[in-house]
Design a protein around this ligand. Structure first.
Ligand code: HEC
Length: 263
C-alpha cells in the first residue's frame, strides 16, 4: 500500500498547488487590469456610461416612490402593489391623451371618427376645377403612374379589365374618366357597396380599401395613368387636386351614391 495515500501532507500539496495556480491567475488578471486603458474606447462605451448612470437614477427614483414607505419613525414597509397601481393609474389618467394627429389614424366607428365625420359634413364641399382634357400628358407622370398601378393591378387586373368577384374594370369606366374628384376620393377613402360600371351592376364581397398613405404625387400619377391607358382619355390629375380632398381621409369608405354622377 502506498504510504503517500495516507499522508495528509500529500493532499495538502495538491491543495497548495491549486492555490498557487489560482493565485497566478489572480496576479495575471491584476496585471491586465493595471495595463488596461480604462477610457471608453468606442461610442457604445461612452453611451453606456451615461446609460448606467441614468439607470441608477431611475432605479433610485423608483425605489423612493414605489418600493418602500416609512410608516412611523424608523419603520419602513414595502408598499403593497395596489398602491403602486393606484399611483401609476393616477398618473396615466391625469396625463394628456396622445393626440390623433393624422386622420388615417382614427379608428373607424370610434368617437373620434364620428367627430371627424360631423366636421366633414358641416364643412363646405371641396370644389376643384377640372384640368384641360386636351392638354398633353407628361410621359414622366405616366411612367410614375404605371409603377404605382402595381397596387391597383392586384384587384383591377394588369389591363384594367377588372377581375370577376374582385373588382370592376377601370378600362372604359365612366368613374375613371368622369369628374376627377371621383377617382381621387375613391383612392383616399375606399369604396364599397353596389356600383354600376359600364352598364354592369357590381356588388363585390370585399370593398376597395383606401390607399391614402400614397403621396399626393403618387395618387395623381396613378390616376393620370388609369385615366389615359387602355383607351381611356381624360385630363391629367395634379397633386394639388388630390391634396384638396385630404381632409376626407379617415372617413368611412364611400358608396357609389356619395360620388358625383359620371357624365
Ligand atoms: C383590394 C382590391 C382593390 C385594390 C387594390 C384597388 N381597388 Fe379599386 N376597386 C375595388 C373594388 C372591390 C371596387 C368596387 C367597390 C364597390 O363595391 O363599390 C373598386 C372600385 C374602383 C373604382 C370605381 C369603379 C370602377 O371600376 O371604375 C375606381 C376608379 C378604382 N377602384 C380605382 C382604383 C385605383 C386607382 C387603385 C389603385 C390605387 C385601386 N382601385 C385599387 C378593389 C380594389
Amino acid at each position: 500500500m502506498d504510504p503517500s495515500q495516507d499522508n495528509p501532507f500529500v493532499r495538502f500539496k495538491a491543495f497548495f498547488w491549486a492555490l498557487a495556480v489560482f493565485g497566478l491567475f489572480g496576479a495575471l488578471l491584476a496585471v491586465i487590469a493595471l495595463f488596461n486603458d480604462k477610457k471608453p474606447s468606442s461610442l457604445e462605451d461612452v453611451v453606456a456610461v451615461d446609460r448606467y448612470a441614468n439607470r441608477q437614477k431611475v432605479e433610485a427614483a423608483q425605489d423612493a416612490n414605489f418600493a418602500y414607505k416609512s410608516v412611523e419613525e424608523g419603520k419602513v414597509v414595502q408598499v403593497p402593489p395596489a398602491d403602486v397601481f393606484a399611483h401609476v393609474g393616477g398618473m396615466l389618467s391625469s396625463a394628456k391623451p396622445a393626440a390623433v394627429e393624422r386622420p388615417e389614424q382614427v379608428v373607424p366607428g370610434s368617437a373620434a371618427a364620428a367627430e371627424l365625420e360631423k366636421k366633414a359634413a358641416s364643412a363646405a364641399p371641396v370644389v376643384i376645377a377640372e384640368n384641360d382634357a386636351n392638354a398633353p400628358i407628361d410621359p414622366a407622370v405616366m411612367a410614375a403612374g404605371k409603377v404605382e398601378f402595381a397596387l391597383c393591378q392586384a384587384c383591377h387586373g394588369p389591363e384594367g379589365t377588372g377581375v370577376p368577384g374582385l373588382a370592376p374594370p377601370l378600362a372604359g369606366s365612366e368613374w375613371v374618366v368622369g369628374p376627377v374628384e371621383n377617382p381621387i376620393r375613391i383612392v383616399l377613402r375606399g369604396l364599397g357597396g353596389p356600383i354600376k360600371v359600364k352598364g354592369v351592376d357590381y356588388n363585390l364581397p370585399a370593398p376597395m380599401v383606401a390607399a391614402a398613405y400614397l403621396t399626393d404625387e403618387k395618387i395623381a400619377a396613378v390616376l393620370t395613368y388609369v385615366r389615359n391607358s387602355w383607351g381611356n382619355k381624360a385630363s391629367a390629375v395634379t397633386p394639388d387636386q388630390v391634396k384638396a380632398f385630404r381632409g376626407e381621409v379617415g372617413l368611412p369608405a364611400l358608396q357609389a351614391a356619395d360620388l358625383k354622377a359620371p357624365q
